[in-house]
Design a protein around this ligand. Sequence first.
Ligand code: PHE
Ligand code: ZN
Ligand code: ZN
Ligand code: ZN
Length: 297
Amino acid sequence: AAEAGAVAAIVYNNEPGPLNGTLGDADSAVIPTGGISQEDAQALIDADGQDITVELRQLQEERTTYNLIAETTTGRDDNVVMAGAHLDGVTDGPGINDNGTGSAALLETALQLGGSPDVNNKVRFAWWSAEEFGLVGSTHYVNSLSQEQQLDIAMYLNFDMIGSPNAAYFTLDGDDSEGEGAGAGPYGSAQIEKAFEDSLAERGIEAEGSDFSGRSDYGEFIAYGIPAGGLFTGAEDIKTEEQAAKWGGTAGEAYDPCYHTPCDNLGNVDYDALDINADAMAQVTAQYALSTEDVNH
Ligand code: PHE
Ligand code: ZN
Ligand code: ZN
Ligand code: ZN
Protein backbone atom coordinates (compact mmCIF):
# COMPACT_ATOMS: atom_id res chain seq x y z
CA ALA A 1 0.00 0.00 0.00
CA ALA A 2 1.16 3.51 -0.80
CA GLU A 3 1.50 5.98 2.07
CA ALA A 4 -0.36 9.28 2.41
CA GLY A 5 1.78 12.20 1.29
CA ALA A 6 3.89 10.02 -1.01
CA VAL A 7 3.85 10.41 -4.76
CA ALA A 8 2.16 7.45 -6.33
CA ALA A 9 1.10 6.40 -9.79
CA ILE A 10 -2.57 5.80 -10.42
CA VAL A 11 -2.72 3.27 -13.22
CA TYR A 12 -5.96 3.11 -15.21
CA ASN A 13 -6.77 0.15 -17.40
CA ASN A 14 -8.35 1.30 -20.67
CA GLU A 15 -9.19 -2.23 -21.75
CA PRO A 16 -11.53 -4.88 -20.42
CA GLY A 17 -9.73 -7.64 -18.52
CA PRO A 18 -7.00 -7.81 -15.90
CA LEU A 19 -4.70 -4.88 -15.34
CA ASN A 20 -1.07 -5.20 -16.31
CA GLY A 21 0.23 -8.53 -15.01
CA THR A 22 0.65 -8.48 -11.27
CA LEU A 23 -1.88 -5.70 -10.65
CA GLY A 24 -4.82 -8.06 -11.03
CA ASP A 25 -8.43 -7.54 -12.07
CA ALA A 26 -9.15 -3.96 -10.89
CA ASP A 27 -9.89 -1.12 -13.33
CA SER A 28 -7.21 0.97 -11.66
CA ALA A 29 -4.42 0.56 -9.13
CA VAL A 30 -2.31 2.82 -6.94
CA ILE A 31 1.40 2.03 -6.87
CA PRO A 32 4.25 3.90 -5.15
CA THR A 33 6.64 5.23 -7.79
CA GLY A 34 9.90 5.47 -5.87
CA GLY A 35 10.58 8.82 -7.52
CA ILE A 36 10.12 7.79 -11.16
CA SER A 37 8.66 10.36 -13.57
CA GLN A 38 5.22 10.13 -15.16
CA GLU A 39 6.78 9.62 -18.63
CA ASP A 40 9.06 6.84 -17.41
CA ALA A 41 6.21 5.09 -15.62
CA GLN A 42 4.02 5.31 -18.72
CA ALA A 43 6.87 4.04 -20.92
CA LEU A 44 7.50 1.05 -18.66
CA ILE A 45 3.88 0.03 -18.70
CA ASP A 46 3.37 0.76 -22.41
CA ALA A 47 6.22 -1.65 -23.03
CA ASP A 48 4.02 -4.62 -22.25
CA GLY A 49 1.46 -3.61 -24.87
CA GLN A 50 -1.62 -2.99 -22.70
CA ASP A 51 -3.58 0.25 -23.13
CA ILE A 52 -3.02 1.88 -19.78
CA THR A 53 -2.97 5.49 -18.56
CA VAL A 54 -0.61 6.50 -15.76
CA GLU A 55 -1.16 9.55 -13.65
CA LEU A 56 1.17 10.71 -10.86
CA ARG A 57 -0.53 12.09 -7.83
CA GLN A 58 0.24 13.29 -4.33
CA LEU A 59 -1.83 10.90 -2.25
CA GLN A 60 -4.49 12.47 -0.08
CA GLU A 61 -4.63 11.80 3.60
CA GLU A 62 -7.68 9.91 4.82
CA ARG A 63 -9.27 11.09 8.05
CA THR A 64 -12.30 10.29 10.14
CA THR A 65 -14.22 13.34 11.35
CA TYR A 66 -17.10 13.76 13.79
CA ASN A 67 -20.18 15.94 14.01
CA LEU A 68 -21.06 17.10 17.50
CA ILE A 69 -24.81 17.01 18.22
CA ALA A 70 -26.54 18.14 21.41
CA GLU A 71 -30.25 18.51 22.07
CA THR A 72 -32.59 19.62 24.80
CA THR A 73 -34.19 16.87 26.86
CA THR A 74 -37.43 18.87 26.70
CA GLY A 75 -39.81 19.62 23.84
CA ARG A 76 -41.56 17.54 21.18
CA ASP A 77 -39.20 15.14 19.49
CA ASP A 78 -41.49 14.97 16.44
CA ASN A 79 -41.11 18.71 15.77
CA VAL A 80 -37.42 19.37 16.24
CA VAL A 81 -35.84 22.76 15.60
CA MET A 82 -32.30 22.21 14.35
CA ALA A 83 -29.57 24.85 14.35
CA GLY A 84 -26.11 24.20 12.94
CA ALA A 85 -22.71 25.69 12.21
CA HIS A 86 -19.62 24.08 10.73
CA LEU A 87 -16.77 23.63 13.15
CA ASP A 88 -14.00 22.91 10.65
CA GLY A 89 -12.00 25.38 8.59
CA VAL A 90 -9.92 25.30 5.43
CA THR A 91 -6.32 24.11 5.80
CA ASP A 92 -5.05 27.45 4.44
CA GLY A 93 -6.05 29.55 7.43
CA PRO A 94 -7.27 29.66 11.03
CA GLY A 95 -10.96 29.86 10.10
CA ILE A 96 -12.06 32.44 12.66
CA ASN A 97 -14.78 34.26 10.74
CA ASP A 98 -15.36 31.08 8.68
CA ASN A 99 -16.60 29.58 10.90
CA GLY A 100 -15.42 30.30 14.44
CA THR A 101 -18.07 33.04 14.53
CA GLY A 102 -21.00 30.79 13.70
CA SER A 103 -19.91 27.92 15.91
CA ALA A 104 -19.06 30.14 18.91
CA ALA A 105 -22.39 31.98 18.74
CA LEU A 106 -24.20 28.66 18.41
CA LEU A 107 -22.42 27.38 21.52
CA GLU A 108 -23.42 30.49 23.45
CA THR A 109 -27.03 30.10 22.29
CA ALA A 110 -27.03 26.48 23.46
CA LEU A 111 -25.50 27.38 26.84
CA GLN A 112 -27.98 30.20 27.41
CA LEU A 113 -30.91 27.96 26.46
CA GLY A 114 -29.70 25.16 28.72
CA GLY A 115 -30.33 21.43 28.57
CA SER A 116 -33.93 21.33 29.77
CA PRO A 117 -35.65 24.63 28.98
CA ASP A 118 -39.41 25.04 29.17
CA VAL A 119 -40.02 24.74 25.42
CA ASN A 120 -42.63 23.07 23.22
CA ASN A 121 -40.20 21.83 20.60
CA LYS A 122 -36.93 20.04 21.08
CA VAL A 123 -33.91 22.08 19.99
CA ARG A 124 -31.03 20.15 18.44
CA PHE A 125 -27.68 21.86 17.92
CA ALA A 126 -25.17 20.55 15.41
CA TRP A 127 -21.51 21.47 14.98
CA TRP A 128 -20.69 20.00 11.60
CA SER A 129 -17.43 18.46 10.53
CA ALA A 130 -15.78 18.75 7.13
CA GLU A 131 -18.07 21.38 5.58
CA GLU A 132 -15.06 22.72 3.69
CA PHE A 133 -14.51 19.30 2.12
CA GLY A 134 -17.95 19.22 0.49
CA LEU A 135 -20.58 19.52 3.27
CA VAL A 136 -19.47 16.06 4.39
CA GLY A 137 -20.68 16.08 8.02
CA SER A 138 -24.12 17.59 7.49
CA THR A 139 -24.77 15.47 4.40
CA HIS A 140 -23.83 12.33 6.27
CA TYR A 141 -26.06 13.31 9.17
CA VAL A 142 -29.20 13.89 7.08
CA ASN A 143 -28.60 10.70 5.14
CA SER A 144 -28.09 8.68 8.31
CA LEU A 145 -31.62 9.50 9.51
CA SER A 146 -34.64 7.33 8.79
CA GLN A 147 -37.41 8.95 6.74
CA GLU A 148 -39.42 9.27 9.94
CA GLN A 149 -36.56 11.06 11.69
CA GLN A 150 -36.20 13.40 8.71
CA LEU A 151 -39.90 14.23 8.90
CA ASP A 152 -39.51 14.98 12.62
CA ILE A 153 -37.24 17.95 11.80
CA ALA A 154 -39.42 21.06 11.63
CA MET A 155 -36.66 23.24 10.23
CA TYR A 156 -32.93 23.76 9.93
CA LEU A 157 -31.22 27.07 10.79
CA ASN A 158 -27.69 27.62 9.42
CA PHE A 159 -24.94 29.92 10.66
CA ASP A 160 -21.85 30.07 8.45
CA MET A 161 -19.77 33.30 8.70
CA ILE A 162 -21.63 35.80 10.85
CA GLY A 163 -18.89 38.30 11.72
CA SER A 164 -17.32 39.26 8.38
CA PRO A 165 -15.00 42.29 8.80
CA ASN A 166 -16.79 44.29 6.06
CA ALA A 167 -20.12 42.79 7.03
CA ALA A 168 -23.25 42.40 4.99
CA TYR A 169 -26.45 41.36 6.77
CA PHE A 170 -27.89 38.52 4.75
CA THR A 171 -30.74 36.17 5.53
CA LEU A 172 -31.05 33.01 3.47
CA ASP A 173 -33.56 33.97 0.80
CA GLY A 174 -36.50 31.69 1.61
CA ASP A 175 -38.98 33.67 -0.50
CA ASP A 176 -36.57 34.04 -3.45
CA SER A 177 -37.37 37.75 -3.64
CA GLU A 178 -33.75 38.87 -3.70
CA GLY A 179 -30.34 37.78 -4.89
CA GLU A 180 -29.95 36.08 -8.22
CA GLY A 181 -33.13 34.06 -7.87
CA ALA A 182 -31.40 30.72 -7.42
CA GLY A 183 -34.67 29.35 -6.05
CA ALA A 184 -36.47 29.73 -2.79
CA GLY A 185 -35.92 27.22 -0.03
CA PRO A 186 -38.51 24.51 0.67
CA TYR A 187 -42.04 25.47 1.69
CA GLY A 188 -41.88 27.31 5.02
CA SER A 189 -38.46 28.85 4.35
CA ALA A 190 -40.02 32.23 3.50
CA GLN A 191 -41.42 32.45 7.05
CA ILE A 192 -38.02 31.66 8.53
CA GLU A 193 -36.43 34.39 6.44
CA LYS A 194 -39.07 36.79 7.73
CA ALA A 195 -38.32 35.82 11.35
CA PHE A 196 -34.63 36.64 10.85
CA GLU A 197 -35.47 39.87 8.99
CA ASP A 198 -37.75 40.97 11.82
CA SER A 199 -35.15 40.14 14.44
CA LEU A 200 -32.47 42.12 12.59
CA ALA A 201 -34.91 44.99 12.01
CA GLU A 202 -35.44 45.20 15.79
CA ARG A 203 -31.71 45.79 15.97
CA GLY A 204 -31.82 48.57 13.37
CA ILE A 205 -30.60 46.44 10.48
CA GLU A 206 -32.30 46.20 7.11
CA ALA A 207 -31.30 42.74 5.85
CA GLU A 208 -31.00 41.48 2.29
CA GLY A 209 -31.64 38.00 0.96
CA SER A 210 -28.83 35.66 -0.01
CA ASP A 211 -29.54 32.81 -2.43
CA PHE A 212 -29.61 29.20 -1.34
CA SER A 213 -26.46 28.70 -3.40
CA GLY A 214 -25.78 25.22 -2.07
CA ARG A 215 -22.53 26.40 -0.56
CA SER A 216 -23.25 25.57 3.09
CA ASP A 217 -24.65 22.90 5.38
CA TYR A 218 -28.35 23.56 4.69
CA GLY A 219 -27.78 21.81 1.32
CA GLU A 220 -28.85 18.29 2.27
CA PHE A 221 -31.71 19.55 4.45
CA ILE A 222 -33.34 21.48 1.60
CA ALA A 223 -32.71 18.53 -0.71
CA TYR A 224 -35.09 16.59 1.55
CA GLY A 225 -37.63 19.43 1.62
CA ILE A 226 -36.90 20.54 5.17
CA PRO A 227 -37.60 24.29 5.58
CA ALA A 228 -34.39 26.22 6.16
CA GLY A 229 -32.99 29.65 6.87
CA GLY A 230 -30.01 31.32 8.42
CA LEU A 231 -27.68 34.27 8.71
CA PHE A 232 -24.57 35.16 6.70
CA THR A 233 -22.35 38.27 6.59
CA GLY A 234 -20.71 37.61 3.25
CA ALA A 235 -17.57 35.99 1.86
CA GLU A 236 -15.57 36.95 -1.27
CA ASP A 237 -18.23 39.07 -2.97
CA ILE A 238 -17.89 42.85 -3.09
CA LYS A 239 -19.88 45.33 -1.00
CA THR A 240 -21.88 47.81 -3.11
CA GLU A 241 -22.23 51.57 -2.54
CA GLU A 242 -25.84 51.11 -1.42
CA GLN A 243 -24.83 48.43 1.10
CA ALA A 244 -22.01 50.56 2.52
CA ALA A 245 -24.48 53.45 2.85
CA LYS A 246 -26.93 51.42 4.92
CA TRP A 247 -24.59 49.07 6.83
CA GLY A 248 -21.30 50.99 6.95
CA GLY A 249 -18.00 49.44 5.91
CA THR A 250 -16.20 49.86 2.60
CA ALA A 251 -17.81 49.75 -0.84
CA GLY A 252 -15.76 48.06 -3.52
CA GLU A 253 -14.12 45.66 -1.07
CA ALA A 254 -14.98 42.06 -0.26
CA TYR A 255 -17.23 41.39 2.71
CA ASP A 256 -14.40 39.19 3.97
CA PRO A 257 -11.08 39.96 2.23
CA CYS A 258 -9.44 37.21 4.33
CA TYR A 259 -11.94 34.53 3.25
CA HIS A 260 -10.17 31.14 3.16
CA THR A 261 -6.73 32.70 3.71
CA PRO A 262 -4.17 32.82 6.56
CA CYS A 263 -5.43 36.23 7.71
CA ASP A 264 -8.83 34.82 8.77
CA ASN A 265 -7.60 35.23 12.36
CA LEU A 266 -9.00 36.88 15.51
CA GLY A 267 -8.51 40.30 13.90
CA ASN A 268 -10.83 39.28 11.07
CA VAL A 269 -14.11 39.76 12.93
CA ASP A 270 -16.55 42.66 13.05
CA TYR A 271 -17.63 42.19 16.66
CA ASP A 272 -20.67 44.45 16.24
CA ALA A 273 -21.92 42.27 13.39
CA LEU A 274 -21.18 39.14 15.41
CA ASP A 275 -23.07 40.55 18.41
CA ILE A 276 -26.12 41.51 16.34
CA ASN A 277 -26.22 38.17 14.53
CA ALA A 278 -25.66 36.17 17.70
CA ASP A 279 -28.64 37.95 19.25
CA ALA A 280 -30.81 37.29 16.20
CA MET A 281 -29.70 33.64 16.20
CA ALA A 282 -30.71 33.24 19.85
CA GLN A 283 -34.00 35.08 19.43
CA VAL A 284 -35.16 33.18 16.36
CA THR A 285 -34.05 29.81 17.76
CA ALA A 286 -35.92 30.48 21.02
CA GLN A 287 -38.99 31.71 19.14
CA TYR A 288 -39.18 28.45 17.15
CA ALA A 289 -38.52 26.41 20.29
CA LEU A 290 -41.80 27.86 21.54
CA SER A 291 -43.78 27.57 18.30
CA THR A 292 -43.15 26.66 14.66
CA GLU A 293 -46.72 27.43 13.69
CA ASP A 294 -45.85 30.10 11.10
CA VAL A 295 -43.62 27.62 9.27
CA ASN A 296 -45.77 24.48 9.52
CA HIS A 297 -49.26 26.03 9.41
N1 PHE B 1 -19.93 27.86 2.92
C1 PHE B 1 -18.91 28.79 2.52
C2 PHE B 1 -17.65 28.39 3.25
O1 PHE B 1 -17.70 27.84 4.32
C3 PHE B 1 -19.26 30.19 2.82
C4 PHE B 1 -20.31 30.69 1.92
C5 PHE B 1 -21.64 30.52 2.22
C6 PHE B 1 -19.95 31.35 0.78
C7 PHE B 1 -22.62 30.98 1.37
C8 PHE B 1 -20.92 31.82 -0.09
C9 PHE B 1 -22.26 31.62 0.20
O2 PHE B 1 -16.58 28.63 2.74
ZN1 ZN C 1 -15.24 28.30 4.15
ZN1 ZN D 1 -18.05 28.38 6.10
ZN1 ZN E 1 -36.05 37.16 0.61
